[in-house]
Design a protein around this ligand. Sequence first.
Ligand SMILES: Nc1nc2c(ncn2[C@@H]2O[C@H](COP(=O)(O)OP(=O)(O)OP(=O)(O)O)[C@@H](O)[C@H]2O)c(=O)[nH]1
Ligand SMILES: [Mg+2]
Length: 412
Amino acid sequence: MTDSDNSRKWASEAYAILKKQQAEQKEAEQKEAQQKEAQQKEAQQKEAEQKEAFSDTSNLKNTPLSFENDNEVELGEFDDDFTWSAMVLAAQGKKINQISIDEIDWLTKLRRGLEATRKGFVTELLDKLGDDPLTPESLDDLETLLIRADVGIDSTDKVISSLRKKLNEEVVGGEEGIKFLKEELRVIIDKPIKNSGRSLLVPEKGKFNVWLLVGVNGVGKTTTLGKLAYLSSRSNYKTLIAAADTFRAAAVEQLKVWGERSNVDVISNQSTNADPAAVVFDAINSAKKRNCDLLLVDTAGRLQTKTNLMDELSKIKRIIDKKVPDAIVESLLVLDASQGQNGLKQAKSFAKSANLSGAIITKLDGSSRGGVSLAVSAEVNLPIRFIGAGEGIKDLRPFNSFEFVEALLADR
Ligand SMILES: Nc1nc2c(ncn2[C@@H]2O[C@H](COP(=O)(O)OP(=O)(O)OP(=O)(O)O)[C@@H](O)[C@H]2O)c(=O)[nH]1
Ligand SMILES: [Mg+2]
């Protein structure tokens, strides 16, 4: 039996399991509702205990941000999308009965989202590499393709020189070349993540976490914040939103809609020209009173006056440092993948003055420039924390380099 037969068989078994699970889930819905109620009670009790033990953080566990136990997504057809997604999960060591419909759904979205980037990149690459061993000429072609996919000059150089080195030592077949390429791309993306010391960004339990979303106008800050609020409140982090974009009149309304959808309150000041730092001040007070785990701060992408965006961000940061010096503060730069090299420029200028700790890449769906994620890792040294591939509330996930690279270089 070939590898691909095995893959299909594996995926087909996984599909059958999920289908059965879904049927059972539906039957057990009533029972589940009762259980949920009991769980809620238990959670409330735990929370009360947690409040008491707030100073002792040793026994508090950080929960990853996920949509676990979320049964809203329907199982689709057993098709190519399912098979590919199941294989990506299997390759990461997931057991056949551990995968969820939600994960399959997200990977399908991610692969489709990166389709435009892939077109002309991977298709051409596979055509050029074919089954023949790599040659110095095929490396030149690969170099051009990587640059065209907005991977950036530095990361392209790194990948090509590693491949060249390998080529000097041994004969590298087409398929092996792709495998090696994937590994090299992963190393580039993972480097800033490893350097940060945290493989996944989650709010730290027992601490007060503040995540600032920054970036130029229209990149998706507010939308991303809405999705994050949903993700974190679903993962049982007590969450609050600060509407610190006081420049755009509709910004607060937009946030309130997201707040309602995720059941998270929004602290705002509706008066014109309210000071964003003052909104953050109020929000910190409320968050402390409510014993929140996470405060999400939406910021402006553009300002009315010449006041520099960076000055405003520094002012917000100063307020946070002064009021809650023990808080874990994350400044997350939101970047629109479709802006390609322009996004990279933004990242560089923000990184210089805004003391960033991570990046979130949005609009991977329908962009042909998803490769820019690599440039952000390699040239700005920022860990990518989340990626967005759609306008829906669930279209944001913690970043996973393996899945990203597999989706970027998927050959089906
Ligand atoms: N297709 C797609 N659209 C997105 C994504 N994220 C955000 N958008 C859309 O991008 C547009 C701008 O999003 P906002 O969240 O308002 O952007 P912003 O950075 O807050 O903009 P300003 O507040 O004006 O600076 C909206 O129409 C969003 O629906 C995504 O991942 N995919
Ligand atoms: Mg906004």
